[in-house]
Design a protein around this ligand. Structure first.
Ligand SMILES: *Cc1c(COP(=O)(O)O)cnc(C)c1O
Length: 378
């Protein structure tokens, strides 16, 4: 099956019983048992729900794993995965992981005794050096936010296997349409499905896929025990979103390339971060492990004043957090998503006051470029 066909035909399609082409929303909490313990696969909707199950089968197929799991948010997915570890276990993380992941690990899970080290995983040596006797996993986000650093998934997987630890990959930015980390040796893949997978800024959700029966049993045990499950309505919205994921990712890709070319030569732009540009340090690696470069561009306009000017003048780019939807969004990471990082550290990383991040939507590229042009020139 080719990728766009897969988005429509993978998983469980429609409803066997009625012939309905679209998966029904099973708005139900409990299921009739013929006699004690004799039921048709479902007993209680925290444990399993047919609509959620259809979504879980779909994401499992798309990520080429063994089992899929749907959670109430990306953070709920990440937290549930972390619940597989014990007090005193250690995990190596990408240093510029999503801010919420950093907060969960450094302000919540640390209280339960989970140890962590944050390193720049785009350099594999840093991962090797961070491995300890009690390390249980390597957790990689690639590409990262907002500087779009790329980590070699095959390389990280080799280190994980050599040290008998798990490799966990946050695949939110590239989606399974462009990147399937399990085929590059990852053990667990997760998503904030709030972003590209949902794709319409109308649902908060998380997904995870594991590559073995053992991990499937462990994560299902946590999902059922801790209960951070996705409801049937939201599961249905994700199934619907995935049907157009291929079309949306292709449209985004084309728009993003054109916008990056425009910004790259613009005199008001002092620096640009986009893996699709040859000048980006992760360009070649990105070409090897992903089918596309994604819809995120970060660029520096030199100062907070200039950034504010652009933010006040854009018409099609909505000033908002989040990413990956049909509409284009713009944000100022230093004052929004990354405000909790001290300024010295931000400047060191390149997250300056003049940095802007755009999530390119599927509007017409001409309009988006024209919009940025007038905003930069004003
Ligand atoms: C948004 C995001 C998350 C968190 O997901 P929520 O759905 O907001 O809980 C995790 N990782 C990445 C890369 C994200 O962009």
């Amino acid at each position: 099956m080719k990728p766009k066909t897969k988005m429509i035909h993978a998983g469980i399609v429609g409803d066997e019983q009625t012939g309905a082409v679209s998966t029904p929303i099973y708005q139900v909490s409990t299921y009739k048992q013929e006699s004690v313990g004799n039921f048709k696969g479902y007993e209680y909707s925290r444990t399993g729900n047919p609509t959620r199950h259809a979504l879980e089968e779909l994401i499992k197929d798309l990520e080429e794993g063994e089992a899929g799991f749907a959670f109430g948010s990306g953070m709920a997915a990440i937290n549930s995965i972390m619940m597989m570890f014990n007090t005193g276990d250690h995990v190596v993380f990408t240093d510029d992981v999503y801010g919420g992941t950093y907060r969960l690990v450094s302000k919540v899970l640390n209280r339960l005794g989970l140890e962590s080290t944050f390193v720049d995983t785009s350099n594999l040596e840093n991962i090797e050096n961070a491995i300890q006797d009690n390390t249980r996993a390597i957790y990689v986000e690639t590409p990262t936010n907002p500087l779009l650093k790329v980590t070699d998934i095959d390389g990280a997987s080799k280190i994980a296997k050599a040290n008998d630890v798990l490799l966990i990959v946050d695949n939110t930015f590239n989606t399974p349409y462009w990147q399937t980390p399990i085929t590059h040796g990852a053990d667990i893949v997760l998503h904030s499905a709030t972003k590209y997978i949902g794709g319409h800024s109308d649902v908060v959700a998380g997904l995870a896929v594991v590559n073995s029966k053992k991990l499937a049993e462990e994560l299902h045990f946590i999902q059922n025990s801790a209960g951070a499950v996705l409801g049937p309505q939201d599961s249905w919205l994700l199934i619907r979103g995935i049907k157009t994921l291929g079309l949306r990712m292709e449209a985004t890709e084309s728009n993003t390339k054109q916008i990056a070319e425009f910004l790259d030569g613009h005199p008001a732009v002092t620096k640009i971060y986009y893996p699709g540009l040859k000048s980006h340090p992760g360009h070649e690696l990105s070409k090897r492990q992903a089918g596309g470069f994604g819809g995120m561009i970060s660029f520096d306009v030199g100062s907070e004043e200039r950034a504010d000017q652009v933010l006040s003048k854009v018409r099609y780019f909505t000033l908002a957090e989040s990413l990956g939807a049909v509409e284009s969004l713009i944000s100022a990471p230093a004052r929004m998503t990354h405000a909790s990082i001290p300024k010295d550290r931000r400047d060191e990383l390149g997250i300056t006051d003049g940095l802007l991040r755009i999530s390119v939507g599927i509007e017409d590229a001409e309009d988006l470029i024209e919009d940025l042009k007038q905003a930069l020139e004003g």
